[in-house]
Design a protein around this ligand. Structure first.
Ligand code: NAD
Ligand code: WQD
Length: 349
């Protein structure tokens, strides 16, 4: 691994989580030195063991709440940070409807505190985890960054839209930060080593973990939420991106920000493959890629689901000089290898 004591240190909030842990690997491979802060509210310390197995060494880890000013200040004081990637957030859409203030407090409080500390400690670059959820159901596909954001369907989605606006307004007012908000489409898969991956606690809400748990026999059947949409086979369309491709996009985002001369700047970029896949095609591709069949039935539509969304990726190619390199089949095979590795470990319900 290429990073060393002299590598630029990047604070990775939520670095024990799904996308954060994979990004830690990409950062080290690219010569950055990640410093993880995570309160393990939606992850397990075993992610750090997985990182150690991949990297052959430990990465700095602070178990702390990103809303805890004293703890965060101590980290900024201790580490000579050059940038921040802010993954830490709660992300369960349904829970956010039931407990909106929990989401606003955590997702936005942490961002406000980070911006404050970045100013105080002269840390200039920020990459923020946003989401394609800000587009809702777009009128035209694929969605470009100019596609209007729609009023969020959930408090979770609202925290992403407001988070973007907070950064935009701070930068407009010359807050000395260079920032990119990356609007992720649907991240799936795992590191090919199967040492790290997605750890849905309880019953997975997302499609791919549900497929892998069903294939593993942990769940009797997958329900496909509706087959009467106006799509090629009637099921919803999404842009599924391998989490390692997504991880690499963060490295490119940091590099791009480091090359920017402005004192303060802000932009948003879609991070997807540019391809839309139906639910039934994801199941079929999983079965072909793994040789394992998935028991499923067609059920009613899931309230709040958008019919189809996939990214226009020309801006990410142009601005970040980045594009995806992994296929859907590879992502599903890696998700399956990870599932086989963890077995029933985290499926508590
Ligand atoms: P995740 O839950 O696996 O990771 C988030 C991590 O942040 C977890 O390890 C959790 O313990 C930690 N965390 C949460 N609140 C914290 C706090 N106050 N202090 C310290 N740590 C805290 O989620 P993920 O899928 O890796 O998502 C990462 C980011 O990307 C989130 O901001 C999420 O909203 C965003 N995002 C995710 C998806 C997706 O489908 N996974 C899509 C678009 C955007
Ligand atoms: C994908 C497709 C379902 C489960 C969510 C969040 C969004 C963003 C990405 C963070 C849909 C179908 C699913 C199942 C199914 N996250 N499905 N049976 O809905 O695109 O978005 O993750 O920002 O905010 O809402 O992802 O994985 O839940 O669903 O048929 O058991 O799979 O209807 O079409 P989604 P998903």
């Amino acid at each position: 691994m290429t990073s060393s004591a002299h590598s630029p240190k990047i604070l990775v909030t939520g670095g024990a989580g799904f996308i954060g842990s994979h990004t830690v690997v990409s950062l080290v491979e690219a010569g950055f030195e990640p410093v993880i802060v995570d309160d393990l509210s939606n992850s397990l310390s075993s992610a750090l063991d997985g990182l150690r197995a991949i990297l052959g060494r430990d990465v700095a880890f602070y178990q702390a709440d990103c809303n805890d000013r004293e703890a965060m200040k101590a980290i900024f004081e201790q580490e000579q940070l050059t940038g921040v990637i802010h993954f830490a957030a709660y992300k369960a859409v349904g829970e956010s409807v039931a407990e909106p203030l929990k989401y606003y407090n955590n997702n936005l409080g942490s961002l406000l505190l980070l911006l404050d500390l970045m100013k105080e400690y002269k840390v200039r670059t920020l990459v923020f985890s946003s989401s394609c959820t800000v587009y809702g159901q777009p009128e035209h596909l694929p969605v470009t960054e100019e596609t209007p954001r729609l009023p969020a369907q959930s408090p979770y989605g609202n925290t992403k839209a407001i988070g973007e606006d907070i950064i935009r307004d701070a930068v407009r007012a010359q807050w000395p930060v260079k920032a990119l908000a990356l609007r992720y489409f649907n991240p799936i898969g795992a590191h090919p080593s199967a040492e790290i991956g997605e750890l849905p606690l309880g019953v997975p809400a997302n499609l791919v973990p549900f497929i892998t748990q069903t294939a593993a026999g942990m769940r009797p059947s997958l329900t496909v939420y509706g087959d009467d949409y106006n799509t090629p086979d009637g099921t919803c369309v999404r842009d599924y991106i391998h989490v390692m491709d997504l991880a690499d996009a963060h490295v490119q985002a940091l590099r791009q920000l480091n090359e920017t001369n402005a004192d303060a700047c802000y932009d948003v970029i879609n991070i997807g493959t540019g391809r839309g896949e139906t639910v039934l095609n994801v199941i079929k591709t999983f079965e072909e890629a793994t040789g394992v069949s998935v028991n499923y039935t067609i059920g009613p539509r899931r309230p709040g689901d958008v019919e189809q969304v996939y990214a226009d990726v020309s801006k990410s190619a142009r601005v970040l000089n980045w594009k995806t390199t992994h296929s859907l089949a590879e992502a599903l095979r890696d998700a399956w290898r990870w599932q086989q590795k963890i077995g029933a470990k985290v499926a508590s319900e």
